[in-house]
Write a protein of this length. Structure first.
Length: 432
């Protein structure tokens, strides 16, 4: 086994143990907390574990002695686990918050170090990236379901053994090979990279939001957690291999379309809900690979940003989950995006700029339009109102398409085809 593969394997095992340790500690701490403090503890951990990653990642990209990040993450995690165990045995809530703080910070440091190390050592190989990120889902399930004062030290011990092997067998610092994520540095290229990076962040936000706001399948809680963890692991670990085989953008487009279709059919059978989970997770190594490509030599920051944007998506999804109106407009939005992107693909428009604009413009136009009709149900059957609003949407989308196509005739054609087919499909669905 070469050094890069060994590095990925050991970091993947460590990822499982780190997330397992944090899940075990935090969920045990919640069991001793007053009800009003549980939410605060949960928010504290997730803010520290996710929202600090861009800061640590940007810092990691700029320093030379990068193994210090790994040493610091292990020290923080072990201190957090020790303080958490003491808090649980002494029923001390103050120490619970201290332990959670150490666990969250240690988790963030490890993730950006591991993400950058795998990206650099494998020249941004999406297969390695997918394998590395996949084990976290398994660790979370193990830590949550098997949490106890026995499990916590066992996970910590295995984490220490893997850390020793990593430092002994892969002792190199995270250096930056020139060919890792090299990029054209011209002005146009930088603008394109920034635009694509922002679109990738939007996709990750959508993935997080949809994963939370869509109602969970009706089954045993433990079985559901195990199934979701298994599908997340399978999706993340396979996504890179599919992307390598069929191309990143082809795979990303197909998996997002399949995710949307499964979401629309999730009320029919639980299998579609589970299919949506699998397809959504297939996209993770692909978005990470693309983010690294757009941020050359800043893989730590790129990894951190993709992690951080999960939190606003999760928070917004949590806030709106359980709302019948939220599910209705989300259903309408996803249906429209699936139809319009399919129309563009049918006419052989595959450019990411155009497909991404189709997603963005539907969020900007479809959401307000559906919220208007949901809050003014008496106008829903009014044909003049519908046609007037569709006319406004057509004009707005023509202008937005013009921004990326720079061809007024083609922009109008795309806007007309997409809107006409999605509108007629909506009428057909309403009739049925």
């Amino acid at each position: 086994m070469n050094t890069a593969s060994l590095n990925t394997g050991l970091l993947t095992g460590l990822h499982l143990m780190v997330d397992g340790l944090c899940a075990c500690g935090v969920f045990m701490l919640m069991s001793i907390m007053e009800a009003e403090h549980i939410t605060l503890l949960f928010v504290l951990y997730n803010v520290l574990a996710f929202m600090t990653q861009p800061i640590f990642g940007g810092w990691l990209d700029r320093v030379q002695k990068r193994n210090a990040f790994f040493h610091s993450s292990m020290a923080l995690l072990l201190m957090g686990a020790s303080i958490s165990a003491f808090s649980i045995t002494s029923l001390n809530e103050m120490f619970a918050f201290v332990g959670t703080t150490f666990l969250g910070l240690g988790n963030a440091l490890f993730h950006v170090y591991g993400g950058k190390s795998v990206a650099v050592s494998t020249h941004n190989d999406m297969r390695h990236l997918g394998i590395f990120v996949s084990s976290g889902a398994v660790g979370l399930v193990i830590g949550e379901q098997l949490r106890s004062l026995v499990t916590l030290p066992i996970i910590a011990l295995v984490m220490l053994v893997l850390s020793y092997l990593l430092l002994k067998r892969c002792p190199h610092e995270v250096t930056q090979p020139d060919e890792c994520t090299g990029h054209d540095t011209s002005s146009d290229s930088r603008n394109t990279s920034i635009g694509l990076f922002l679109f990738i962040l939007l996709l990750v936000f959508i993935r997080s939001f949809v994963g939370k706001v869509v109602p969970a399948a009706e089954m045993d809680v433990v079985l559901y957690a195990v199934l979701i963890g298994t599908l997340a692991f399978a999706g993340k670990s396979l996504g890179g291999f599919l992307g390598k085989r069929w191309g990143v953008w082809h795979t990303l487009t197909a998996t997002f379309l399949l995710s949307g279709i499964c979401l629309l059919l999730s009320f029919v059978h639980v299998a579609f809900h589970l299919g949506m989970v699998l397809c959504i997770n297939l996209t993770m190594p692909l978005t990470l690979y693309l983010a690294n490509r757009q941020m050359p030599h800043r893989e730590g920051f790129a990894f951190g940003m993709l992690a951080a944007v999960l939190i606003p998506g999760f928070a917004l999804g949590t806030l709106w989950s359980g709302s019948y109106f939220t599910y209705l407009w989300l259903f309408a939005l996803v249906a429209t995006i699936v139809i319009e992107v399919s129309v563009l693909l049918f006419i052989r428009e595959h450019r990411w700029q155009v497909l991404s604009m189709a997603v963005v413009m539907n969020i900007l136009t479809n959401v307000p339009l559906n919220l208007f009709f949901l809050s003014h149900t008496h106008l829903h059957g009014s044909m003049p109102t519908q046609l007037a609003l569709e006319g406004v949407v057509f004009i707005v989308e023509s202008l937005l398409y013009l921004c990326v196509l720079h061809d007024i005739r083609k922009a109008i054609t795309y806007a007309f085809l997409c809107n006409a087919i999605s509108y007629l499909s909506g009428l057909l669905l309403s009739t049925l």
